[in-house]
Structure formats: structure tokens, C-alpha cells
Design a protein around this ligand. Structure first.
Ligand code: PLP
Length: 392
């Protein structure tokens, strides 16, 4: 087997240096465990950044992929295949009704939502539609989603960005209300901002967004790419809020570990995008759809979702007790531990990895935990024990 240092040398030679990777190469996964190229075992509390929510190599996903890989993997969107249509139905019936555009990633799901919102606005006579977004949002890396991500769109290297995105603070419902006007196509937000540190968007901001959209005719778009598919203890995070969005985007855990994305539109806006408006070669293909349907069967289960609540409570309570943890944010198994002043989250993350626990540091003062949803109480206790040692 290629050693870690050989792989690192190959990467330096052949891969564009866009990632700051840890000094580890994984070779196998099962449930909440990963093994590296030296045979070391790790407890994975990042789960591929909330992709492997059913755990690594869940038997139902493995069986579905094996079966489908030997039957039919790709036909393009010039023709029909069953899995994509069944996945679309499952997504709609479990969320907003309406219709879905399937794609391959989170950023693409948001691109579809942006196009839908802009076309909807043009049909309302808005010549230059605007989309109100939150400061500290993360919506993706392609040019539309990037333009909707104020922190990254400040980087002049990739200018000019798409015009028409209006950022407002997360904690200021009044500013959001004031930003929505006759040119607003949509308000787009993550119910909990994952990439910038597990920041829960206040209920007041969410209620203000719904009210402003209702008053102006703009669409409320929820980016549930990280919060969806059971992560917060309900299939979709909005189910725990007082409002429903008009458009919802999903990805990450949707594909059960394979690349899948979706933009779901409520019935009133289900027909905005028409033939020729949008498309994607791989989207909704049979192989990924088989994996996604298998993942749906595992996650869209009342008993599992109740367990996510319980496990999240257990994890949050235990984190509160750790020396060095000043604040615990999040819902279900989407948790950010805010560290006390002077503690560097990246150093804690690296120490945890040495001890065999995988966590991540989305900002300098936060440790993020996104374990598979199928973990046990003992996994939670083991992770907290290791994190406690990493904080010492
Ligand atoms: N939106 C949110 C909330 C995300 O967390 C992410 C990825 O972290 C994205 C969009 C982009 O998803 P992808 O990396 O699949 O394009």
C-alpha cells in the first residue's frame, strides 16, 4: 500500500494545492470508525462533514450501490431512469411537496435555487432581482453560491461576483426586514450556519424573513445542505421552526456518501424552471439515486430521529462539563463547542486526531462535531473523553 508520505508527495506534484489536509490518509470505514494507512483506528465525529450520516459503509447503502452498479449506472438526462424520479418523489413528499431539481452537490443545489428565484422575480416584473443573505453564511464555491457567501465574496481574486446579493447580520431581524423590498427575489439562509461555526439563526430572524417574503412576494429559500437529512433531529431543520420555506436545498448526507444534491420547490413555484432552463449530466442518475434512497430509508425514521435528539442532548450536556468549553451551540447532532479565550481550536483538533478522535475547527475558537446519526451512547462518551484529553 502507498504510504502516507508517498501519497503526500504525489499530491504535492499532481493536485492543485487548494486544501490544507491533516497528516492522515484513510483506507477503510465502518459505522463511526475509520482506519488509516497505518492501521490506526479513529472515532469519526465529522462524518465527511455531515455526509456520512448513516455511518461509513452502511450495509443498506452498500447493498443498494452494489446491486445498481451491476445493473445500470448512467443514461444521461436525455432519458428517464427510475431511481431519480423515485428520489424526487421521496424528497417532495417528505418536505415541501411541489417538485425537485436533482443535482450532484450543495453548491449546485443553491445555483438552482438562485436561478429559480431570479426567474420568479423576472416574472413579477423585477428587472434586477436581489437576494438577501446573512453575513457568516456559507452557500458554496461556484460563482453564484460564492457570490451569496459574503465572507468569501470579499476575496478580490475571483471578482467580479454576481451582483444583487445583499448581506444582513444574522442577529438583526430589523435589518433583514429593511433589506427586503420591491426588488427582492428571495431571502436565502441556513437555519444553522455550519461552515462558519455552528451559529443558530435566531427564531426572530427566521420569522422576520418569512414575514418579509410574504409581504413582498419574495421567496424564502432554506439552505438545508448541512442541517437537513436528520442532522438536527428532524428530517429537515425547518420542521423545528415556526415557518416553512418556499424552496429548500439539500446535499451532503442526501447521497448516503455519494455525491447528490437537490433543490425542492413548494407547489406554488414548482413550475418556475421549465424545459431548457437548467440541467446537469450526472444529476439523478441511477447509481446515486439508489444510494440516496437507501440512505433515506435509514434516516427518515421516527425512532432514529428521536435518538438524534437524545444523543445530541447527551453530547451537549457532557461538552458543557469540559474544562475549556465556554459555550455549546447547535441542535441534534450538529454541535459547535465554543472554546474559552486563549484556546486555539486548530490545536485542539490536531491533538484530538493524535488521540484518535476526528473533529473539525470551522473557526479559531470552535470545535464542530457532526458524528454519524447512528452512533451509540458509548461512542458519545468516548468522544467526549478524548476531547477532554485534547483540551488538557
Ligand atoms: N451550503 C451549506 C450550508 C454547506 O454547508 C455547504 C458545504 O459545506 C454547501 C452549501 C456547499 O456544498 P458542496 O460542498 O457540496 O458544494
Amino acid at each position: 500500500m502507498t504510504t502516507l508520505s508517498e501519497l503526500q508527495a504525489l499530491e504535492r506534484e499532481w493536485v492543485m494545492p487548494t486544501y490544507a489536509r491533516a497528516d492522515v490518509a484513510f483506507v477503510r470505514g465502518e459505522g463511526v470508525r475509520l482506519w488509516d494507512s497505518d492501521g490506526r483506528e479513529f472515532l469519526d465525529f465529522v462524518a465527511g462533514i455531515s455526509v456520512c450520516s448513516v455511518g461509513h459503509c452502511h450495509p443498506a447503502v452498500v447493498a443498494a450501490v452494489r446491486e445498481q452498479a451491476g445493473t445500470l449506472t448512467h443514461v444521461s438526462n436525455l432519458y428517464l431512469s427510475e431511481g431519480g424520479v423515485r428520489l424526487a418523489r421521496r424528497l417532495c413528499e417528505s418536505s415541501l411537496g411541489g417538485r425537485v431539481f436533482l443535482c450532484n452537490s450543495g453548491t449546485e443545489a443553491n445555483e438552482a435555487a438562485i436561478k429559480l428565484a431570479r426567474k420568479h422575480a423576472h416574472a413579477r416584473g423585477i428587472a434586477e432581482p436581489e437576494i438577501v443573505v446573512l453575513e457568516d453564511a456559507f452557500h458554496g464555491r461556484t460563482m453564484g453560491s460564492l457570490s451569496a457567501t459574503p465572507g468569501l465574496a470579499a476575496n478580490e481574486s475571483f471578482a467580479p461576483y454576481l451582483p444583487g446579493f445583499v448581506p444582513v447580520p444574522r442577529d438583526d431581524p430589523g435589518a433583514l426586514t429593511a433589506a427586503v423590498g420591491p426588488s427582492t427575489a428571495a431571502v436565502m439562509l441556513e437555519p444553522i450556519q455550519g461552515e462558519t461555526g455552528v451559529n443558530v439563526v435566531p427564531d426572530e430572524t427566521i420569522a422576520a424573513a418569512r414575514a418579509a417574503c410574504d409581504d413582498s412576494g419574495a421567496l424564502l429559500v432554506f439552505d438545508e445542505i448541512q442541517t437537513g437529512m436528520g442532522r438536527t433531529g428532524s428530517l429537515w431543520a425547518y420542521e423545528q421552526l415556526s415557518v416553512r420555506p418556499d424552496v429548500l436545498t439539500s446535499a451532503k448526507a442526501l447521497g448516503g456518501g455519494l455525491p447528490a444534491g437537490a433543490c425542492v420547490a413548494a407547489p406554488a413555484v414548482a413550475d418556475v424552471l421549465a424545459v431548457g432552463d437548467h440541467g446537469s449530466t450526472f444529476a439523478g442518475g441511477p447509481l446515486v439515486a439508489a444510494a440516496a434512497l437507501a440512505a433515506f430509508d435509514v434516516i427518515d425514521d421516527g425512532a432514529l430521529l428521536r435518538r438524534v435528539h437524545e444523543l445530541g442532548g447527551r453530547l451537549r450536556d457532557a461538552l458543557h462539563e469540559l474544562d475549556g468549553v465556554a459555550e455549546v451551540r447547535g441542535r441534534g447532532l450538529m454541535i459547535g463547542a465554543g472554546l474559552a479565550d486563549g484556546i486555539d481550536a486548530a490545536a485542539v483538533r490536531d491533538r484530538a486526531l493524535e488521540l484518535g478522535l476526528i473533529v473539525n475547527a470551522p473557526n479559531p475558537s470552535t470545535i464542530r462535531l457532526l458524528p454519524p446519526l447512528v452512533i451509540s451512547d458509548a461512542d458519545v462518551d468516548e468522544a467526549v473523553g478524548l476531547l477532554g484529553r485534547a483540551l488538557e
